[in-house]
Design a protein around this ligand. Structure first.
Ligand SMILES: NC(=O)c1ccc[n+]([C@@H]2O[C@H](COP(=O)([O-])OP(=O)(O)OC[C@H]3O[C@@H](n4cnc5c(N)ncnc54)[C@H](O)[C@@H]3O)[C@@H](O)[C@H]2O)c1
Length: 474
């Protein structure tokens, strides 16, 4: 990130004060502020939220279907370069008697016209990853809040660009990390918040999902996922397991990621799959990958916690996000094998083995997160990764409709997305330690910790809810 751009943006009185308050001046990994800090940022209530969707493939289409069912949301615009996607969305809205949305997508950058329009408050972006940063910046520069799919951006320069755009425009830019809203992840957070697991000191999380078929046979025939494997080392999809764990460690709110080391296996599984499943002459038969099969990073926080983060999308194995949290008083293990155990008196040995399934089930009911208590049934009906996608959407809508800060902010988006480049740098330097930038510029020291919040479901009028099979997502 060129210093000159920040230097150019320096200079207003409030910005100097903000930078001083945050103890932040340009030095390694800590850049001068370019706008007011975004911790705790909220905008006045937006009772009816007008949403423009960019990218209505698998994720975007499912999001249209979910959000159309949330009272107080209007889908005013949709954009996709694939006309079949636009047609399907148009028909879906029509069949349900919903107003038509303006359509965009005639050219690769027609999404800009959508961002220019006056009748959109929020851009919901579910595009291929190279478009995330350009959309974040352009949309915020044109006064829109952004909900961006994961990972929010792809390298450190894009992280800074997105942070600076949010700060200078005073707009939300939230990463749509749905797994932070999973039933088990929220149960874990509730237990942590109540002190049942003590202080969390280590997490074992990640994303292990056999995507050989998906990556070699993509929807719409566009191979954007596999491209990264062909050209780069590192963990390019770090957020699903990590964000929920980071929440339990109050990352950017009392603690922060300090540095990571990353190591990778050789590449073997994609190549074997290609040889065995595609004929000679097909590029997949002889495709070579730069990225190794399994990338493992170890992150250490300033507060002395560690996270083991795995990324593996090509060995034959069941799906897992790890979901192990270890605290000073107990242990939690999430889907696919939920278990929990904690000591009621330090050292009583009660967590030596996990609670049996029956007891763990009782804990699950007793400590269910308030969101899941009030909206779990509706969420499961609407669908989307077992309901977590809907809980996520319900929550940001609720926050915007009620003028509340969003659960995560642009610094979180940047911090978690940084791992894409940091892990690559570490692998490329024999696993040496690489520092995280402090996007908060010291603000993490005073930012309020995460709390267990509520949704007042009565503020929504769910009288017209229909389960839609299309709302199920990949
Ligand atoms: N949170 C999750 O659980 C989850 C799951 C899968 C994917 N994702 C993320 O969601 C995003 C989209 O993934 P997907 O699986 O829906 O991909 P997809 O390929 O199914 O959909 C992408 C859509 O974007 C459209 N598009 C491409 N270029 C465009 C442009 N210039 N303007 C407008 N539209 C354009 C494509 O036509 C396509 O319809 C990715 O960032 C991915 O990382 C998140």
């Amino acid at each position: 990130m060129a210093q000159s751009r920040r230097d150019f943006l320096k200079g207003t009185a409030w910005m100097g004060v903000a930078a001083m308050a945050a103890g932040s001046f340009a030095k390694d990994g800590v850049a001068a502020a370019t706008g007011a800090p975004m911790h705790g940022f909220a905008v006045p209530p937006i009772p009816v939220i007008r949403i423009g969707f960019i990218g209505i493939g698998s994720r975007g289409t499912a999001a249209v279907h979910r959000i159309a069912q949330i009272p107080g949301c209007q889908i005013t615009a949709i954009c996709d370069i694939n006309p079949a996607r636009l047609e399907a969305a148009r028909n879906w809205l029509k069949e349900r008697g919903l107003p038509p949305a303006k359509e965009y997508g005639k050219t690769e950058d027609d999404w800009k016209r959508l961002c220019d329009t006056e009748d959109v408050d929020v851009i919901y972006s579910a595009t291929p990853r190279p478009l995330h940063c350009p959309i974040n910046v352009y949309a915020m520069d044109h006064g829109k809040h952004v909900m961006q799919e994961v990972p929010g951006v792809f390298n450190l320069d894009e992280c800074w660009q997105t942070v600076e755009a949010a700060e200078r425009n005073r707009r939300h830019c939230m990463m749509l990390e749905n797994c932070a809203y999973g039933e088990y992840e929220m149960l874990a957070f509730n237990l942590v918040n109540k002190g049942m697991l003590g202080e969390i000191i280590q997490a074992e999380v990640g994303y292990s999902h056999d995507q050989r078929s998906l990556q070699y046979n993509p929807h719409d025939g566009v191979f954007w996922r596999i491209e990264r494997h062909k050209t780069h080392h590192g963990n390019y999809y770090p957020t699903h397991g990590l964000v929920p764990a980071g929440k339990c460690m109050n990352i950017n709110r009392g603690d922060r990621f300090d540095y990571l080391v990353s190591m990778e296996t050789k590449s073997a599984s994609f190549e074997l799959y290609g040889r065995e499943n595609f004929p000679e002459g097909d590029w997949r038969h002889t495709a070579k990958m730069v990225r190794g099969d399994v990338n493992v990073s170890l992150i250490r926080t300033v507060g002395g916690r560690t996270v083991q983060l795995t990324h593996n999308v090509c060995t034959p194995r069941p799906y897992s996000r790890g979901g192990v949290l270890m605290g000073t008083k107990g242990i939690f293990r999430a889907y696919p094998e939920y278990r929990v155990g904690f000591e009621t008196k330090v050292g009583d040995g009660a967590a030596h083995s996990y609670f049996d399934a029956e007891k763990a089930e009782r804990i699950r009911e007793e400590y269910k997160h308030p969101f899941w208590k009030v909206a779990g049934e509706i969420a499961k009906k609407v669908g989307g990764h077992g309901g977590m996608d809907f809980i996520m959407d319900l929550r940001w809508v609720y926050c915007l409709q009620n003028g509340l800060p969003l659960d995560t902010n642009v610094y979180d988006l940047a911090t978690y997305s940084s791992i894409v480049e940091l892990s690559e740098k570490s692998v490329n330097s024999r696993s040496s330690a690489i520092d995280f930038p402090d996007y908060t510029r010291g603000g993490w020291k005073t930012a309020k910790p995460f709390v267990v919040d509520e949704i007042d479901i009565s503020k929504f009028r769910f009288d017209n809810l229909a389960k839609d099979k299309d709302a199920q997502t990949v």
